[in-house]
Design a protein around this ligand. Structure first.
Ligand code: PLP
Length: 458
């Protein structure tokens, strides 16, 4: 199958930029970087080429550097990962100390830092969620919450209690179970014969789904022929990454009550939302609900590959010694990184900082929205995650071309975001490290506004 690259790979002369936070001094993409991109294209699947063509040399704080003198202000956080900022020297030193011991791998043989991290995560989570299973990727955490929920359902309600309900538009990762539970049809067309026991209901975003009453959840299950007693678990991202879209709190509370009434587990995918991104440690805290299982990843370490399932002891204890493990569970280096990351989030009060910075970010984005009411369909912002949903003039149809053009223009001006996301790629998504200086945030907003003006006026 032929695929096109999203971004221009022919070097373009762009305006020189020299500010405290951004420096662009070459053509973009950098001509000298092209042989390396060609090598990647030669030896990797093209699927790996979806992001703006910067050859990362180093990343520190809120800046990403190449080796030709360019420096981008980063609004991607490495796709919502570097909550504590890039390349934290404290994290690097913690990893170096573990490497110097040396303790590089243990499989699931015990090590002390693993015990400390499990304890720390259990203490961060709501009371009652006191078991922690450390894994490597977010998708792996999702596979495990699905497995645990179905195991629990069947054990408590018999073989029919195995249905997993998820939401339209959901993204839970790229492995089989995660994609079956996902709610973006184009991403799972490859599965062809979808396994039974997975259904999706509309997400109450108030935009594509105008009716945000909880009754829609129950009506949809009835229409799909799923009885409440058959549901093992309901899983959702705490906010849908494609928006970012949040639940109305009343809906989330009604969902929690429904789960309790019918013995279904409430599962929150916090892979993107967790560890302060939305101005709360976990985003479900905005809704005043307590899930039974939480899937975590990304911001848990701000760096090395680590993920976790945090959950109720009775649910998490379903498997006998040695029968729910993974080779790189609690890899010592990643665990060292995560422990230091948690220390930094607390010491620097980064969760509160994300909450505080919501105001200026929201105000700037709403200002852009007011300037282009025909083209910006919606503005979403909570803490330090936000999105401008670009639409075709006067409709609710996502405009992926315009979102991509804005994103590419920002890249050329020294502001880095990841490729537009969402149904049709219409969302310009914003997720800076939680350490971003107020002044840098304001500069980024001004660059985005400039890029919108240049793209939209065409
Ligand atoms: C909400 C959500 N869940 C799960 C995943 C999968 O995580 P990973 O890419 O670490 O497998 C992602 C990744 O972007 C995500 O955003």
């Amino acid at each position: 199958m032929e695929h096109q690259l999203k971004y221009t790979m022919t070097p373009v002369a762009v305006k020189t930029v020299k500010t405290k936070y951004r420096r662009i001094v070459t053509k973009l993409p950098v001509p000298e970087s092209l042989p390396i991109f060609r090598k990647l294209l030669r030896y990797e699947p093209i699927s790996m080429q979806g992001q703006p063509p910067i050859l990362w040399d180093r990343a520190k704080g809120c800046q990403v550097y190449d080796r030709w003198g360019n420096m981008w202000l980063d609004w991607s956080s490495c796709v919502v990962l570097a909550n504590a900022g890039h390349g934290r020297p404290e994290i690097a030193r913690a990893v170096q100390r573990m490497a110097a011991k040396p303790l590089l791998a243990t499989y699931v043989f015990a090590h002390e830092a693993r015990a400390a991290l499990c304890e720390a995560l259990a203490k961060l989570a709501p009371r009652g969620l006191d078991k922690v299973f450390l894994l490597t990727t977010g998708s792996e955490a999702i596979e495990n919450v699905i497995k645990l929920a179905r195991t629990h359902g069947v054990a408590t309600g018999g073989p029919d209690k195995c249905v997993i309900v998820s939401f339209e538009g959901a993204f839970h990762g790229r492995t089989l179970g995660a994609q079956v539970a996902g709610g973006i049809p184009a991403l799972k067309s490859w599965i062809v014969k979808l396994p039974e026991g997975f259904v999706q209901v509309p997400f109450p975003d108030g935009f594509r789904t105008a009716d945000t009453r909880f009754a829609v959840f129950e009506e949809t299950l009835e229409r799909l022929g799923v009885k409440p007693g058959q549901v093992a678990g309901v899983i959702s991202e705490t906010f849908q990454g494609i928006g970012p879209n949040f639940f109305p709190a009343e809906y989330a509370q009604a969902l929690e009550a429904w789960c309790r009434r019918h013995g279904a587990l409430l599962i929150m995918d916090e892979v993107q939302a967790g560890f302060g991104r939305t101005g709360k440690m976990f985003a479900f805290q905005h809704y005043g609900i307590t899930p039974d299982l939480i899937a975590c990843g990304k911001g848990i370490s701000s760096s090395l590959p680590l993920a976790a399932v945090i959950g109720r002891a009775d649910v998490m204890s379903a498997y006998a010694p040695g029968s729910m493990t993974s080779t790189h569970s609690a890899s010592p280096l990643a665990v060292a990184a995560a422990r230091e990351n948690l220390r930094i989030l607390k010491a620097e009060r980064l969760v509160a900082r994300a909450a505080r910075l919501e105001r200026p970010l929201r105000a700037a984005l709403e200002g852009i929205g007011r300037k282009y009411p025909e083209r910006v369909g919606a503005v979403f912002c909570r803490g330090l995650v936000a999105g401008l949903l670009m639409v075709r003039p006067g409709t609710k149809d996502p405009d992926g071309d315009t979102a991509l053009a804005i994103n590419e223009k920002c890249f050329q001006k020294g502001l880095l975001m990841f490729a537009p996301v969402g149904l049709g790629g219409g969302c310009v998504k914003i997720a800076p490290p939680l350490t971003i200086e107020t002044e840098a945030l304001a500069e980024g907003c001004a660059v985005l506004e400039e890029a919108c003006a240049e793209v939209i006026k065409k």
